[in-house]
Write a protein that binds this ligand. Sequence first.
Ligand code: FMN
Length: 186
Amino acid sequence: MLNFAYMNFYELVAQRQSDRNYEAESPVEREKIERILEAARLAPSACNAQPWKIIVVDNPELKNQLADATAAKALMMNHFTKQAPVHLVIVEEGANISSTIGGWVKRKHFPHIDLGIIAEHICLAATAEGLGTCMIGWFDENKVRKLLNIPKQKRPILIITLGYSAQPLREKKRKAINEIVSWNRY
Ligand SMILES: Cc1cc2nc3c(=O)[nH]c(=O)nc-3n(C[C@H](O)[C@H](O)[C@H](O)COP(=O)(O)O)c2cc1C
């Protein structure tokens, strides 16, 4: 089952980047999407609640409408999303009792943490498949809900654009390790 031609983990992490330019005419193979979704399914979550649903949007017309719901012209935000042939919409589902009570006691909204984890599983799996992604947190939630028939009480939290990237790998801009890590004390 495992294909050892895939990159090792550290290469994968270095290769993943937010791609904002795609080969609009190159569709994504169904088998690749299915493997990415399987990697998503295996993601961990608080109390194994798995408080998520993923809507795969590959119908070109619907995908373009969805892309419009992510773009904010005045702010030059997310103008690239239409180029990506597939959008994955991650919807927050109700968590189980243990996660909900645990979150209430510890004052942590575990589902948002869980959704971040599944999103990164998706992006890393896509990278392993030679595909580009970008997580999109800025979008018109109501428009997205309407377009995809998401019930009113549920929230689409993240959208991930997916496609063959037309962007070269760039150097990552990150804080230095000593700014973000300390050992044995804050
Ligand atoms: C929760 C979240 C929301 C994001 N939303 C957007 C977005 O709406 N539009 C966008 O272009 N990038 C978005 N990004 C991508 C970040 O800008 C990007 O990950 C960050 O700048 C680091 O760059 P890199 O992913 O290329 O390493 C988002 C990333 C995360 C984790």
